[in-house]
Design a protein around this ligand. Structure first.
Ligand code: BG6
Length: 496
């Protein structure tokens, strides 16, 4: 695909994301010769920085680029750095953007980037509408001299209402096809591979329904705690930070019906339908039985003391924000009727891992009956790390009789050694630069996800006697988290 000449204007450019993710992604694209010939980045934010300060910060002195640039020739690094500029917004995003416009015009002339502009909003979401409206006031959203697109970062809303307000606010100034809501999980190769696994293999798709699947399990675990983001996290929690966006995106890809084609709108239409079919839990009893929340407490991991969540910087010592969330739910449609889904996400687990496990039903009639044997087939889709796919099935143990044992058939992405796997941000930025929105969340998708999450959040906030469990850092969550399975199984703890 062709990437047209364009300019990328990053709002909130002095923040962490620009140095940590965006510039390294652009750098990789630059090295892979994927950037358009005429291309400029203009960072904009409230900090008072010169072009030179900004280049030092995000390129020359950046800890995130250090490894990548250490063996490069000076002119190679410079030719990348020279594409990067900075505009000081003068302490406030809510201001007249005429000077910004002038700068954009000047850079456009200088680098011949044409009128195509991508605006990347990497600011707190409360500023999104303000920025969009100021861009409009300055005439910077008009498409008569090149396209204008807007990428917005998460969190997209704090609840269903705030997500709707945000959508409505942006739609005043930009049309839906101009808006790209980023969810970096969709940029992961293994998440995209879910579509290929399901829809290009006739050995899976016929089985992908209530007749053959017993239940579906998704685990997202991180070893780290809230790190330096206590202030943000305490207002968010696991459900908002990971579940509403990343995990429900994965769920939608597992649940969706086959789209009629691979076009962005065809795929996104099916994802919305999938999200709308999640059974919303309304009454306290259902919410009580199907949701578990917990916080990590202080403990010792590998001989070192680890702070409890409530002791972390920026966290309220009486906080009721969850760092572990486990949800059981059903999908109300023909394909999934009666199949439970179990999804959990947490910080301070024993390891970092994201995986989907499809548990198939056992054969109806057992011929080889041996006590205690696990008879179900499993398909494990490992999103990260050790990206790959594993099928667990039974084989006969050599010898007399019919003793059956589990065996694995596996595929690891690392075996495709010569294939370069793009980082999520790299892939997503390039897609947006080319106008491909397939891997971006549409307004109705985001709202459908909030419809499902809102009642859980409300119940956790206002319900009577909602328990908050504790778990020691380095274990797989609170002891009772298997109770969600009602004796019908338990969480598969990867690497066990
Ligand atoms: C982010 C969350 O969206 O995703 C973080 O805000 C989390 O809390 C991160 O650590 C996890 O991303 P990944 O790609 O490392 O699984």
């Amino acid at each position: 695909k062709k990437t047209e000449n364009q300019m990328l204007v990053i709002f909130g450019a002095s923040g962490d994301l620009t140095a940590r993710k965006l510039i390294p992604a652009l750098f990789n694209l630059y090295m892979a010769k994927q950037l358009p010939e005429n291309f400029v980045v203009l960072g904009a934010s409230r900090s008072n920085l010169s072009d030179e300060d900004f280049r030092n910060r995000v390129v020359f002195e950046s800890e995130y680029l250090k490894e990548k640039i250490k063996d490069l020739k000076e002119d190679e690094i410079n030719s990348f750095a020279n594409k990067i500029y900075y505009e000081d917004l003068g302490g406030d995003y809510d201001t007249d953007y005429a000077p910004l416009r002038k700068r954009v015009e000047a850079l456009k002339e200088k680098h011949n980037t044409s009128g195509n502009i991508m605006y990347y909003l990497s600011t707190p979401p409360t500023l999104y509408e303000t920025i969009a409206s100021n861009l409009a006031d300055a005439g910077m959203n008009t498409q008569n001299n090149g396209w204008k697109r807007l990428i917005v970062e998460k969190p997209f809303g704090y609840s269903l209402d705030t997500a709707k307000e945000l959508n409505d606010g942006l739609h005043k100034y930009f049309t839906e096809p101009q808006i790209y809501r980023i969810d970096h999980y969709l940029g992961k190769e293994t998440v995209q591979n879910l579509l290929v696994t399901r829809f290009s293999n006739s050995i899976f798709e016929p089985l992908w329904n209530r007749n053959y699947i017993d239940h579906v399990e998704i685990t997202n675990a991180e070893r780290v705690g809230v790190e330096k983001r206590g202030g943000y996290y305490d207002k968010s929690g696991a459900l908002r930070d990971m579940f509403q966006n990343h995990l429900l995106q994965i769920v939608s890809l597992v649940v969706m019906e086959p789209p009629i084609g691979a076009e962005a709108e065809e795929i996104r239409n099916e994802k919305v339908k999938a999200l709308k079919s999640l059974r919303v839990m309304k009454d306290a009893e259902t919410l009580h039985e199907n949701t578990i929340r917990a916080q990590y407490v202080s403990s010792v991991v590998d001989g070192k003391p680890v702070k409890g969540y409530r002791e972390e910087d920026g966290v309220d010592p009486n906080s009721t924000t969850e760092t572990f969330a486990a949800i059981k739910f059903y999908v109300d449609n023909w394909r999934w009727h009666g199949v439970p889904f179990y999804v959990r996400t947490a910080k301070r687990m024993p390891t970092k891992v994201t995986e989907i496990v499809i548990h198939f039903k056992q054969p109806h009639h057992q011929i080889f009956s041996e006590a205690g044997m696990q008879r179900d087939n499993k398909l494990v889709i490992r999103i990260q790390p050790d990206e790959g796919i594993l099928i667990k099935f039974g084989v006969k143990v050599p010898g007399q009789g019919f003793r059956v044992e589990r065996a694995n058939l596996d595929f690891y992405y690392s075996s495709l050694a010569e294939t370069y796997v793009m980082d999520a941000y790299e892939r997503l930025l390039l897609d947006a630069m080319q106008g491909d929105a397939t891997l971006y969340a549409r307004a109705d998708e985001v709202e459908a996800a909030w419809e499902f999450v809102d009642p859980i959040l409300n119940y956790w906030k206002e319900g009577k006697d909602v328990r908050m469990y504790g778990y020691a850092a380095g274990v797989w969550g609170p002891e009772n988290s298997d109770e969600l399975f009602d004796g019908h199984g338990f969480w598969r703890n990867p690497s066990e």
